[in-house]
Ligand binder design. Structure first.
Ligand SMILES: Nc1ncnc2c1ncn2[C@@H]1O[C@H](COP(=O)(O)OP(=O)(O)OP(=O)(O)O)[C@@H](O)[C@H]1O
Ligand SMILES: [Mg+2]
Length: 522
């Protein structure tokens, strides 16, 4: 299966696209196009390069500049990759001036250790880029209809190319000198032991010439391309001498920073950098290798892509300098890699995944809430069912008791209500029969009282006694009107009789008896 892989190097001076084909583990160069950046329409230029090269790659790999990326080297006292990934964000959180959630993180484990002293931890290179910066990069490519699969750190591009063709065990430094910036990558034991980006490059040299000679920037650029650096080994004309001085002036801050970084690395790592490989358009400066050799006191070699590879790319002689970064990027997309690398797109996907995880979490929480509600309902229903069963059992028990207590009952609709009514009726009956609670005057008490109050020597026949809650009616006959009056008076002595009236008293038909009716209020 063959795949077309395109390395896209978006420089400030020019955009380079390198197309390779990977088939059966072999990488074949296809085409290289470099076009100068003349205006701000980067996406337009990318589009036109794609059209011109008839590029239809399966994978596009681009890069972000090192000055947009914060790189940190951490020593972590264990080697488990998953564990390392988990602790890295916490480790770098205090090293960056931005909130971690605004950043995309990716990392490469440079060496693994179990934490045993000394230096037994794992070394991890952690790179962070602002989400906005990465998004701008992705948007630029999107507007050019390019969907990039891998977004690598630009400072590592040359390292990928180096690992493809050099594979040196010695510690070496790779320098990609561009127009606006210069990338340094120190490679030790096949791993990128240090990456740094200096915001200096060919532009500073051009500016220095412009200022020293008092000429336009375009003129200064032209002079730079046609001039050479004067070193002890070569002498130049008087004018050349002036330009050489200007170039040196333009290069000196870069050289100073470079020297400092190389020394710092050697001291900190107790390591020796055996050689510096130079690449990038800025490395085309005549005699730069000699100049750097003298300044850095180090072997300098131009980074070279194998000739046959270069020829197939049809990029011309000078392409060796400028296409190394693009080639390195293309190599990131190949399956068979010798180098470790970063991919901020992966970090971006991870951060998207986190969002998905968050969405997943939200769904999980909603599902949990629904489950709780369902369980609540189930619990309520089971309790309800239990109570219903209990209620039915109690009801059945009550019906049984009711039927036992009132066997004459036929229609049982509401045993509770019917029981209450039956009990009330019984209570009334008991009351009427003189039962009930103490202190309550019953009908029997009243009857007793009435009979007690009838004088023994008086002849009284009682026909009817009616007792209700507040009134008593006594009806009968006696021997005289005096007896009726006497009976009334006797009744009036009863404390709980409020009023006693003779409502009726008359002679009977045979004139021998007096019929009477006494009404008593209670
Ligand atoms: N023959 C030459 N002599 C000296 N300098 C040169 C020569 N050819 C190109 N340059 C310089 O190389 C620089 C461009 O290099 P390169 O194409 O690598 O930069 P770039 O990748 O576009 O920029 P950057 O990576 O800094 O954004 C320019 O400053 C240019 O003047
Ligand atoms: Mg560049």
């Amino acid at each position: 299966m063959s795949r077309k892989i395109l390395g896209l190097d978006i420089g400030s001076h020019s955009i380079k696209a390198v197309l390779v084909r990977e088939a059966f583990g072999k990488i074949e160069p296809v085409r290289f196009i470099e076009r100068p950046v003349t205006n701000d329409d980067v996406q337009g230029l990318i589009k036109s390069i794609f059209q011109e090269g008839h590029f239809n790659p399966d994978i596009v790999i681009s890069s972000v500049a090192g000055n947009n990326v914060s790189v940190h080297y951490l020593n972590i006292p264990f080697s488990d990759e998953a564990k390392i990934s988990r602790v890295v964000p916490n480790e770098v959180e205090n090293l960056i001036p931005f909130p971690l959630e605004d950043m995309i993180i990716d990392q490469v484990i440079l060496s693994k250790g179990n934490g045993a002293k000394p230096n037994g931890g794992s070394t991890v290179c952690v790179a962070l880029i602002k989400k906005n910066t990465l998004q701008n990069h992705i948007n630029t490519l999107k507007r050019a209809s390019v969907d990039t699969k891998v977004i690598e750190l630009e400072s590592l591009a040359l390292y990928h190319a180096f690992m493809q063709w050099y594979k040196i065990e010695d510690t070496v430094a790779l320098l990609d000198i561009g127009a606006a910036r210069t990338n340094l990558c120190i490679v030790s034991k096949g791993k990128p032991a240090l990456v740094r980006t200096f915001n200096r490059g060919g532009n500073n040299v051009t500016s220095a010439i412009k200022e020293l000679l008092g000429i336009s920037i375009e003129e200064a650029e032209g002079r730079k391309l046609s001039s050479a650096l004067e070193t002890e080994l070569n002498s130049v004309s008087d004018e050349g001498d002036v330009i050489s001085t200007a170039i040196k002036k333009g290069l000196s801050p870069l050289v100073a920073e470079l020297l400092q970084s190389l020394h710092a690395y050697e001291i900190n790592n107790n390591d020796n950098i055996s050689k510096l490989y130079i690449s990038g358009g800025g490395a085309r400066l005549n005699n730069l290798d000699r100049f750097l050799n003298a300044e850095l006191n180090m072997d300098i070699e131009t980074f070279s892509i194998p000739n046959d590879f270069l020829q197939k790319l049809q990029g011309g002689e000078d392409a060796n300098y400028t296409l190394a970064t693009g080639i390195g990027l293309a190599l990131c997309g190949t399956r068979k890699k010798h180098a470790v690398g970063l991919n901020f797109k992966k970090g971006e996907q991870i951060s998207r995944k986190e969002t998905k995880v968050n969405v997943g979490k939200t769904i999980y929480i909603i599902a949990a809430i629904i489950s709780v509600i369902i369980l609540g309902f189930a619990d309520f229903y089971s309790k309800f069912q239990y109570r219903q069963d209990r209620y039915d059992a109690v009801k059945a028990e009550m019906r049984k008791v009711y039927m036992e207590a009132f066997p004459e009952a036929k229609n049982i609709v509401d045993e509770v209500q019917q029981s209450k009514s039956a009990v009330e009726e019984l209570r009334k009956k008991v009351e009427a029969l003189g039962g009930g609670s103490k202190g309550v005057i019953t009908s029997l008490d009243t009857l007793n009282t009435l009979s007690e109050k009838v004088p023994k020597d008086m002849q009284v026949d009682v026909d009817d006694i009616m007792i209700d809650k507040s009134k008593i009616r006594v009806q009968g006959e006696t021997d005289s009107f005096e007896s009726v009056e006497k009976l009334k008076k006797e009744f009036e002595t009863v404390s709980f009789f409020k009023k006693v009236d003779v409502s009726d008293a008359k002679l009977s038909a045979d004139q021998k008896k007096v019929k009477f009716r006494i009404i008593i209020d209670m």
